[in-house]
Design a protein around this ligand. Structure first.
Ligand SMILES: C[S@@+](CC[C@H](N)C(=O)[O-])C[C@H]1O[C@@H](n2cnc3c(N)ncnc32)[C@H](O)[C@@H]1O
Ligand code: SF4
Length: 404
């Protein structure tokens, strides 16, 4: 097993959205009816006072205090504020939050600090405020620029508002911007998917996350599925989109992540490289490596109370915010490690396998032979690296490598 601790990140979850999108299984909620209504007639307008900012700030900090012992003496390399819709909370909220976090934990001078923002919930002033609060990377959830697809996805913004959001973010001084796009959407032809990519490229983002729409259990789309493009059109979209992005100077470094030079998401890379992270906020998950009282190396996963109202009620509760925790057992480590590492197009070296799973690479090599014969791997035997085919059939590859 590794004898040094991996890099440490911090994930902060914001659980509210103006409206729940029918495809989304993230922990995101329209605010409860007993909170003041977020809606103003004729607009999507949320105002900061509609959300319990003060209470959430206090809860997040108490939640972090509960995790500090596991992070003692370690420096935070990246922070990701995700959702939900973090841009519903005010710049002052983040100024105070980041200041208080710094008072509790060392943050690296060059830390990447990302905030997810939704078009339709922001304007230039807000972006300036976020920048001044110390946020240095924005991830804008655009999904599509086409009116029919945005409507089918239940989005609250138009394509023009999405373009305006990126422009305002630039004017506010952001030099590291990600755009989230989805493809394989209801009614989407390969041409419409390519139009989305062209419009995104015209905005010159440093990073692009390009996700194929999946119908997740417990979503409105799962119970009432929309008509999606045929299999052949989906392959066509994948192929053309991938080629166009590479031609535009984006490297695909993970299944759905494309970056220009030096702009890979450091936070997400830490997840995929099996790094550690604290997770605070409603439903947030954390993963922490540590040495226990018996001198044994352990990895603990912990997760926090999921429902925003229940989470807020845990403030000053002796139980704290943790909804559950689990120590990973040695036999769980190979799958946990591989399902992250194999998402990376460059894979990982074989010595990192032994370091992270405690298993010998001799044992692994036997299993890799079978996956290699099926064309699911590349660069055998130096690396654990999925082939393009392996990235498409990741579950099959994982089963070959990890199942007993
Ligand atoms: C945490 S989510 C949402 C971020 C932000 N609230 C938004 O909606 O713009 C991050 C990204 O995951 C992607 N996503 C969410 N649900 C998905 C699904 N069912 N299939 C594919 N991608 C999905 C979307 O691109 C989304 O922007
Ligand atoms: S806005 Fe984002 S987080 Fe909220 S429901 Fe839609 S996809 Fe999910």
């Amino acid at each position: 097993m590794a004898n040094t601790l991996p890099p440490l990140s911090l994930y902060i979850h914001t659980p509210w959205c103006v409206r729940k999108c029918p495809y989304c299984d993230f922990n995101s909620h329209e605010p409860s009816p007993y909170e003041p209504s977020p809606y103003e007639p004729g607009s999507h307008g949320f105002t900061p006072r509609d959300l319990p900012e003060e209470a959430y700030l206090k809860a997040l900090l108490q939640d972090l205090d509960g995790d500090l012992a596991l992070a003692a003496g370690r420096e935070i390399q990246t922070i990701f504020i995700g959702g939900g819709t973090p841009s519903l909370l005010s710049p002052v909220f983040y100024q105070r939050l980041l200041r208080e976090i710094k008072a509790r934990l060392p943050i690296a001078d060059d830390a990447e600090i990302t905030l997810e923002a939704n078009p339709g919930t922001t304007e230039q002033e807000r972006f300036i405020g976020y920048r001044n609060a110390g946020i240095n990377r924005l991830s804008l959830g655009i999904q599509s620029f086409q009116p029919d697809q945005l409507y089918a996805l239940g989005r609250i913004h138009s394509g023009n508002e999405a373009v305006a959001a990126v422009q305002q973010a630039r004017q506010a001084g952001f030099t590291n911007i990600n755009i989230d796009l989805m493809h394989g959407l209801p009614g989407q032809t390969p041409q419409l998917a390519m139009d989305d990519i062209e419009q995104a490229l015209a905005l010159a983002p440093e990073h692009l996350s390009w996700y194929q729409l999946t119908l997740e259990p417990n979503t409105a789309f799962h119970s009432s599925p929309p008509t999606l493009p045929e299999e052949e059109a989906l392959w066509d979209i994948q192929d053309k989109g991938h080629q166009r992005l590479e031609q535009a100077g984006f490297e695909r470094y993970e299944i759905s992540a494309y970056a220009t030079a030096h702009h890979q998401s450091r936070h997400n890379l830490n997840y995929w490289q099996f790094g550690d992270y604290l997770g605070i906020g409603a439903g947030a998950h954390g993963k922490l490596s540590h040495i226990d009282q018996n001198g044994q190396w352990c990895i603990e996963r912990r997760w926090k109370t999921r429902q925003p109202d229940a989470y807020l009620k845990r403030f000053n509760d002796l139980r704290g915010f943790i909804a559950g925790k689990q120590l990973l057992t040695p036999d769980e480590l190979p799958l946990e490690f591989a399902m992250n590492a194999l998402r990376l197009t460059q894979g990982v070296t074989l010595d990192t396998w032994s370091a992270n799973t405690g298993q010998s690479d001799v044992m692994l090599l036997e299993r890799l032979q079978t996956a290699d014969k099926k064309g699911l791997l590349m660069q055998m035997p130096e690396k654990l690296r999925a082939s393009p085919q392996g990235l498409l059939f990741l579950n099959e590859l994982l089963a070959l490598i990890c199942d007993d």
